[in-house]
Structures are given as C-alpha cells and as structure tokens.
Design a protein around this ligand. Sequence first.
Ligand code: DGL
Length: 261
Amino acid sequence: MDTRPVLVFDSGIGGLNVLRELRVLAPDRRFVYVADDAAFPYGAWDESALSDRIVELFGGLLAEHDPVVSVIACNTASTIVLAPLRAAFPGRHFVGTVPAIKPAAERTRSGVVAVLATPGTVKRQYTRELIRDWAQKCHVRLVGSDRLAGLAETYMREGRVDEEAVRAEIEPCFVETDGRRTDIVVLACTHYPFLVNRMRKTAPWPVDWIDPAEAIARRALTFLKGDEAEADRDGPDLAIFTSGTPPRATARLLQGFGLAT
Ligand code: DGL
C-alpha cells in the first residue's frame, strides 16, 4: 500500500489542467496542489531570484508532504528550476513542463508554428535550444504574453473574460509567410488551456492548439512504481496557497476540483 501523494506545483491555477489529467491516470492517488500565488505571475520574474525562491519553497514542501514525485506544472518555472531542484534534492523525483516544440515541429504541415508563453519562457535559453534542436526546419514565432495568465485566472474564478484582450494577445501567433501560414500554436503556459475555447473563437483562422497536460501526466505516472493498484489515498486532496488562504472565488474553484484548502 502506498499512501504518498503526488505534488503538483504552479504559480497559480494553471497546474489544475495537469492535475485533471493526472487524476484520470491515477485515480487512487492522493494529490497535493501547491500554488505560489504570493509570487504570481512568474512570467515577469528575474531568473535567478525565481529559481532561488522555488528551491527554498521545495525544502519545506518535500519535508512536509514527502511526495512520490513533484510535477512542476509551469513552463516558466520548469525552464529554469528543474536542474537546481534536482541538484538540491538528490533522490527526489521532479517532472517538468517544457514548451511542446518538438511535437509541433513533427505535426506541422505548413512549417509555420507559434509558441505562446509568458515573457519569461520566451526569453529562456532553454526555449531557444528546443527550437534549435527540434524545429530548425520550421518558421517558429515566439509570442510572449503579459496578460493571458492573468486573464485565465480571472476567467476561472469569475467565469468571464475580455474576449478582445484574448484576441489581441494571440494575434501575433498568426503569421503568413511565402504563402504559408501558422497551423499550430503551442500553449506553453499551463494557464492557457483554460482559455482555448476563447482563443478558437477569436483566432483569425483555425489552427491546432497543443496542450501538453496529458503528456506531462503520463511522464509523472512512470514514477508511480508501475502499479497504481498499490495506491491508497488516506485523506482528501489538498490545495496550498503560498499567500495564505486563497480568495473566496478561488476557494470555490478549488472545491469544484475536489481540493480542500
Ligand atoms: N502557469 C505558468 C506557466 O506555465 C505561468 C503563469 C505565470 O506567469 O505565473 O508558465
């Protein structure tokens, strides 16, 4: 019997997309969801300050919850903090989330793809290297959005979103060059899949939107000792917000996800 949880970490509610997929694959597992909302949004943080902050946070989280595996369900964090986390906590398992540039390069028919992410992820060397290693034959448009993660948070809490703002944020993804145009947009921030229907609605033409949540969940599953039949939850799934108690609308959303605060 294995009662250790899986820890899912993000700056806010974006990682709930990944939690949803994890639960499909590991329904008997207990989950601890951690949102570093005191530091949201991560997109604008300086790299080393953010990395130090997350490593320090994990010191406490690992000691308190002893997870089988920690899923960093955040591209902005994963592109800088995976190596420092593995170095600081040898023997612990971490699964990251990185922009799905390789699958996009394999699937595109037009050869024109866009990567929609936070300004932090767009700037990272890690992201540039993924393009160099996997998408050299493609035209890749990197689009850093200042507003989409915040819009997704509001949408999930309040059920409404400024569609014109969504349209303006995704617009640079749509490129026409030499008679070819964008046919894939990589959602390289875990908050964005919550807005995908609005993106579809406001996009100038239809494209495939790649959401890597399921692939991340599958990767995490490989650390769950092979047999999920061994899992046995010994309590409710928990949500921890670094600012303290989440606002009432967020608490309602978490309840809807079956998370106790
Ligand atoms: N959910 C985070 C990601 O996947 C970013 C949101 C933020 O800016 O904090 O990149």
